[in-house]
Design a protein around this ligand. Structure first.
Ligand SMILES: C[S@@+](CC[C@H](N)C(=O)[O-])C[C@H]1O[C@@H](n2cnc3c(N)ncnc32)[C@H](O)[C@@H]1O
Length: 192
């Protein structure tokens, strides 16, 4: 067995082509995407949050796992990259695209708690961590990636990851699983 995902979202090839054209290199890799889809599928009718839409590859993976009654909110600072996802995925009524700084959005959000939070940008991960964790429903999941050191990641990244992991360990209401797989993931599940 290898770990190459086989059930790819239909929009993925088009999103990838647009990412290549735009020189956008920050999309989640397929293994991470397949985990996002599986976690989304585990939440029928789930309320799901993605922080950092990028071009929309993670969004496509999440949508591919969600059932018809689940809802996804995805927040992105850069309208130029998010517009690609809006164009290719925006006809799906389950997704709401928000163009705003993630930290500002997190601070202002007053809606229902989330069953799954994919925190894939600075706010909700390296900043506003407590706020993002507070928005996870009991039994809900907080997921982050890009935790393994890579040659093209700045030295501050390692220190920031160390602080992030320490911050998560302080939260006794979450059980954490570290996955040294794909880009390095951490899944934290909120106890009830
Ligand atoms: C790692 S990429 C997201 C990839 C995407 N989630 C995926 O799975 O393909 C991070 C994104 O966060 C966005 N970003 C950077 N700072 C932000 C902020 N303060 N608020 C919201 N988004 C931000 C970047 O523009 C970038 O598109």
């Amino acid at each position: 067995m290898d770990d190459e995902p086989t059930q790819l979202p239909p929009a993925l090839p088009a999103l990838r082509a647009r990412a290549r054209d735009a020189g956008f290199t920050m999309s989640s890799e397929d293994r991470t995407g397949s985990l996002l889809a599986a976690l989304a599928a585990a939440r029928p009718g789930g309320n799901i949050l993605e922080l950092g839409t990028g071009i929309g590859e993670g969004t496509a993976w999440l949508l591919s796992g969600m059932d018809r009654s689940a809802a996804l909110t995805t927040v992105e600072l850069d309208p130029a990259v998010q517009d690609v996802g809006r164009e290719l995925l925006g006809a799906d009524p389950r997704v709401t695209f928000v163009t705003e700084d993630g930290g500002t959005w997190l601070d202002a959000y007053g809606g229902a708690l989330f069953d799954l939070v994919f925190a894939d940008t600075w706010p909700g991960k390296f900043t506003h961590l407590g706020r993002a964790l507070d928005l996870v429903a009991p039994g809900g999941i907080y997921l982050i990636d890009d935790l393994l050191p890579l040659p093209d990641r700045p030295a501050e990244h390692t220190a920031a990851v160390r602080r992030l992991l320490a911050g998560l360990e302080e939260r006794e209401d979450f059980r954490c699983v570290r996955l040294a797989w794909a880009s390095g993931l951490l899944m934290a599940v909120r106890g009830s």
